[in-house]
Every structure is written in structure tokens, then in C-alpha cells.
Design a protein around this ligand. Sequence first.
Ligand code: ADP
Ligand code: 5GP
Length: 197
Amino acid sequence: GGGRPSSRLIIFSAPSGSGKSTIVNWLMQEHPELKLAFSISCTSRKPRGTERDGVEYFFVSPQEFRERIDNDEFLEYEEVYEDRFYGTLKAQVDKQLAAGQNVVFDVDVKGGINIKRFYGERALSIFIQPPSVDELRRRLEGRATDAQSVIEDRLAKASYELSFASQFDKIVINDDLAKAKQETLEAIRTFLEGKKA
Ligand code: ADP
Ligand code: 5GP
């Protein structure tokens, strides 16, 4: 891994519906001084809606994903469902770090823990936790982007994901949104200043 020693990694993981996108998008829009840039992962799922190759993800076939695994191109990867892979490309992270950006990861809990393990002190791992699973249900239903069966799948996965929270550097409980945003911002500022988060 190259890159300027000053550029760092900020990892976000959370059960779906916790408010991770809301908080991360706010940080990226309102705090350009943090020089945050999204990590672009590779996936074998098909693009959705307006997603473009090389923007949200690098889209490849399951076979190409497997070839890249064999070539040891991934820092970490997960096969979420059969033939549906997601992974972080080493070369992509190195490139973004070398450009002086602080790279933001939105990955599942296992991916988050693996990236933290690899980068150690250079990475800050943040778990965005909902106040309760009942509240998570209300938010997913309120967001109205998923079918009821998808919401049930996400909720079933949530308690498993919540059991990993203590393995993250920082847990932000997203009850009051304004407070959660500030707490996340402070943790990142402290970390980027080089002090202990
Ligand atoms: P995630 O990215 O973790 O899946 P989202 O950021 O899409 O979650 O948030 C899920 C829903 O909950 C959205 O409709 C969002 O507006 C809402 N939300 C986020 N934070 C809060 C909060 N603190 N209180 C109430 N609703 C929230
Ligand atoms: P989606 O298909 O909705 O874009 O993403 C599904 C899930 O894959 C999300 O929970 C997201 O955090 C996770 N994910 C995206 N990229 C990666 C990655 O590179 N590695 C891992 N481990 N998970 C990822």
C-alpha cells in the first residue's frame, strides 16, 4: 500500500436502515475540508437504475470476479448470495490514498472488520447503530424503498450484524440524527488530527 502517509481510511458499517447513508452523505456534502472520497468496490451484481460502471461500483461477471479472487486482487470480499460478490480492490484503494483522499468505505460488518485489521491505526471503523430493531423496522418502512419481504430479510440480518458492533473503534447510536451527525464528525476530526478517536 502506497499513498501519502497523511491519507486515511474511514470505514462505515451498519444494519440497513440505521441511517448510515444519511450521515455519510451529509459528511461528504457539508464537510469538504475532510477530503472524503467513496471507495469504489467491485461487484458481480447487475447495475441498478442510474448506476454506472466505475462510479458506484466496478461491475463484472461472476466469472471475472472469481478470476480476480484467484489473482489476489482483493483486500477483502464477500459472496453475499450465490454468485453475488462484493469486494474491495487493493489497487483502487491504493490509487485513492495516493491521490491524498481519505477513503470512505460502506461495507458489510465482516468487510469492515477485515479492512480495519489490514490497515490498523491508519483506519477508523465506525458502526452506526439504530436505537432498537423496532425503530429500524419503522425507518425501513418509512423509507419505502423496499418490498415488505426485503424489509423482513434486512431485519432478520440486523441482529446478527448488531452482534459485531463492539469490534468497531467507534459506535454511534443514531437516535437523534443531528446528534449522531455531530458525534460522527467529531470522531473523524479527532482521528484525522492524529489523536486517538
Ligand atoms: P442506511 O443507509 O443505513 O440503510 P438510510 O440513511 O437510508 O439508512 O436511513 C433509513 C431511513 O431512516 C431514511 O428514510 C432516513 O431518512 C431515516 N433516518 C435516518 N436517521 C434517522 C433518525 N435519527 N431518526 C429518524 N429517521 C432517521
Ligand atoms: P448494494 O447491493 O445494496 O449496493 O450493497 C449491498 C451490501 O454490500 C451493503 O451492505 C454494502 O455495505 C455491501 N458492500 C458493498 N461493497 C462491499 C465491499 O467491497 N465489500 C463488502 N464486504 N461489502 C460490500
